[in-house]
Design a protein around this ligand. Sequence first.
Ligand SMILES: NC(=O)c1ccc[n+]([C@@H]2O[C@H](COP(=O)([O-])OP(=O)(O)OC[C@H]3O[C@@H](n4cnc5c(N)ncnc54)[C@H](OP(=O)(O)O)[C@@H]3O)[C@@H](O)[C@H]2O)c1
Length: 326
Amino acid sequence: MSMARRVVMREVGEPEVMHLEGVELEAPGEHEVRVRQTAIGFNYIDVYQRQGKYPLPLPSGLGHEAAGVVEAVGSAVSGFAPGDRVAYMNAGIGAYADVRNVAADRLVPVPGGLSDEQAAAVLFKGLTAQYLLRRTHRVQAGQTVLVHAAAGGVGQILCRWAKALGATVLATAGSPAKCELARRAGADVAVDYSRPDWVRRLLEANGHRKADVVYDSVGRDTFEHSLDCAAPFGLVVLYGAASGPVPPFDTELLNRKGCLYLTRPSVFPHNANPATLRANAAELFEAIARGWVQAEVSQRFALDEVVAMHRAAQSRATQGAVVLVP
Ligand SMILES: NC(=O)c1ccc[n+]([C@@H]2O[C@H](COP(=O)([O-])OP(=O)(O)OC[C@H]3O[C@@H](n4cnc5c(N)ncnc54)[C@H](OP(=O)(O)O)[C@@H]3O)[C@@H](O)[C@H]2O)c1
């Protein structure tokens, strides 16, 4: 038995519902690995879960993603040994901790060129971009792609990777400074969607050509505009709800806006199977090695600053990838 520090919430609500507590950690089970975590990835889903928008049984830990060093392995584990550097993004809730037991088949080895912080910054968000760009819609050279919240963690990765695939990248973000970040991440056009009339300005800047695929993680505030930005027979991918869920709507709208397709996917089923997770991670690490994806940390918070981190994220004061450092 050893001690762990982990974030626990007993009720949903504002960031203050999260508390850092000391708990006893059992030896890893036969198929588990104990990971001493050196970096924990923040993802916006952590906010939805803390707020109760995606309900969790309480009390609950929080967090989906971390990287660190193997400290001990269960009796049936092969392929990992103490000292190995590993990361995970789909091993059950509870990544906000300094040490944790994780099912061995949920782990991927961290490649030599990546630091632990970079791995925790990029695995969840990069695997999200991987399925969005390669599976939900296979982006081809010459296509036009629209990315909302393009200065965010997933947003910047989508811009850079879509650009590397040969797409024209249109982007939106919530301020001029964030639009500049989106441009630096590869966007050909970036407009501030906090200002009115952004759809007209965006399409004008692209010669009135609409997008073959729209990646919308903002939800309520952008959804109808996303339909206006999609080309006839185009695909709208609703993959988040940072501004709130999209209210029920008449599906006839998809017809009126140009026989559009709509999907609402998630990263977890795309990485549920251990072999698929490893294959997807290999594709992501290859994209990083080619410079198509940057594994950059924009902001760091200590584990005991978790409340401040969530405040910053929900008030839109973050950009790029944010990590917690135990
Ligand atoms: N379905 C999936 O598989 C999947 C997987 C990963 C992430 N996601 C979703 O993808 C999105 C991006 O995730 P991330 O972790 O990289 O977060 P993020 O983009 O770094 O942060 C969310 C961003 O959403 C924008 N936003 C727009 N309206 C907002 C509002 N009312 N309140 C707060 N933020 C608002 C903000 O950017 P501006 O200030 O520029 O508007 C904010 O920075 C999230 O919606 C997340 O849930 C979905």
